[in-house]
Design a protein around this ligand. Structure first.
Ligand code: FE2
Length: 147
């Protein structure tokens, strides 16, 4: 792993923003018999991803200064991720996308915690996001009968 922590945190920030937008689209587009609970769950999810985006971006700036936060890069990464995803209105397809996003979040957290310069505080911050993500993974898998 050749990436340094500020670069990984910046990528994480962009990924969280992209995930937030995708999950908010899911909140808007989902249809079906479980509409009310699906609509609500996607709302909780996109709000959680938005909060995570805010917290990680602030940590990045707090540790490495204003110049470490590159909104243009974040927007580019966000656009690429959104373009790569086909958003239908089918709840199961949307939940499959969420599982990929949640697993991506957990994977990035692993790489952040492995970075030698990662502080205990930052490990806790990102670990808390992975913990919340694993709870959402459980809920999605239960919802979709994948457990
Ligand atoms: Fe809404």
């Amino acid at each position: 792993m050749s990436h340094h922590l500020p670069e990984i945190l910046s990528k994480f920030s962009g990924f969280l923003r992209a995930g937030q937008i995708i999950l908010q689209h899911a909140h808007h587009k989902v249809k079906g018999t479980a509409f009310h609970s699906d609509h609500e769950f996607f709302k909780e999810s996109y709000e959680a991803w938005g909060d995570a985006f805010d917290g990680i971006s602030e940590r990045l700036i707090g540790l490495y200064g204003n110049n470490s936060y590159q909104p243009e890069e974040i927007l580019t990464d966000t656009q690429k991720l959104i373009e790569a995803i086909d958003l239908s209105a089918d709840p199961n397809a949307l939940y499959d996308i969420q599982l990929v996003l949640e697993q991506g979040l957990c994977d990035i957290v692993e790489s952040i915690c492995r970075a030698t310069e990662c502080t205990e505080g930052t490990k806790q911050l990102v670990g808390d996001e992975a913990n919340k993500s694993e709870i959402r993974i459980y809920k999605v898998k239960q919802r979709c009968g994948k457990l």
